[in-house]
Design a protein around this ligand. Structure first.
Ligand code: SAH
Length: 281
């Protein structure tokens, strides 16, 4: 055991724009009460979690971290534990009908959702309410774009066996999955989805054009990339890329993109052909 007190994320230097909602003492998110002009209207992710210390996590690094520090987007964590029952602040209980594990209680989660909804538009098209779940629709670039085009998003991270189904029904919560595998909790999925959305926000990536060319932007996987040295372990960069002929470079990249997509992702390739057919009709 270490004697060093854990510094809350919100007090770490350089991460001041990531603030935790102090729901126990006030129902009004702190950031909404004291937000600076630079933060007004910034895209926001609210995350309901038992592990607020897991945030901003990797989102605090590199381009997303810089954008967070600059107030281009905001991150609020709502500590589910604060809504727990009794002295031990219990948040879970055994599954009705028996079986392994524990389930997050409907009443506890509902209280957290209500608190997290302070100041949030009720129109879900402007601010989706999402439960990270392997049973959800699979997250993809279209969903990332949809989230990025909203004012913000509230993400509920499950733990244990998940959450009481009645909360999902009562709040008409959208379930979204990171992929066909099971994680121990929703936190990693939440960070992946926030990252994918935030990098689509204006000003977050240095070179805005790069989001238009990369994988999935046109329903195809990206062409290969190369940089210096010109020769490495006897391998050359494809000569067309150093030819200075931009038309030829574009054509080569397009052809590579199609070939890679056809080989690796027949599903994306078929969808792309289908779209082309519709356009030509
Ligand atoms: N018993 C559940 C799995 C629970 S995993 C089932 O079989 O469906 C615990 C938590 O991790 C879930 O509540 C969810 O929030 C998160 N989680 C696990 N896998 C995930 C995935 N693929 N995508 C998003 N969230 C996931």
């Amino acid at each position: 055991m270490s004697d060093t007190p854990k510094t809350p994320v919100s007090e770490k230097p350089g991460s001041r724009s990531h603030r935790r909602l102090k729901i126990e003492t006030s129902l009004k998110p702190r950031a909404l009460m004291d937000e600076g002009p630079q933060l007004a209207g910034a895209w926001e992710a609210r995350v309901i979690t038992l592990f607020p210390g897991a945030f901003p996590g990797v989102l605090g690094e590199s381009l997303t971290g810089k954008a967070l520090a600059e107030g281009l987007w905001r991150l609020e964590t709502v500590d589910l534990r604060g809504f727990g029952e009794g002295r031990h602040r219990n948040v879970d209980d055994t599954p009705a009908g028996g079986g392994a594990g524990m389930v997050l209680r409907a009443d506890v989660l509902a209280a957290a959702i209500d608190a997290a909804s302070t100041g949030v538009p009720t129109d879900r098209a402007r601010w989706p309410l999402v439960y990270l779940s392997p049973r959800g629709r699979r997250f993809d670039q279209t969903t990332a774009r949809r989230f990025a085009d909203c004012d913000g998003v509230t993400l509920i991270c499950g733990r244990f066996e998940g959450v009481d189904e009645r909360v999902l029904e009562d709040y008409a919560i959208e379930e979204v999955s990171l992929g066909d595998f099971v994680l121990t909790g929703g936190e990693i999925a939440a960070q992946a989805m926030i990252d994918a959305a935030v990098r689509l926000r204006p000003g977050v990536l240095g070179n805005a054009a790069s989001t238009e060319e990369e994988s999935f932007a046109h329903g195809l996987l990206e062409h290969p990339q190369y940089t210096r040295p010109a020769t490495w372990r006897g391998r050359e960069i494809p000569p067309v890329l150093t030819s200075g002929d931009h038309g030829a470079v574009d054509a080569w990249r397009r052809a590579q993109s199609e070939e890679i997509t056809r080989e690796r992702r027949p599903d994306l390739w078929a969808a792309s052909l289908e779209r082309r057919k519709t356009r030509e009709r």
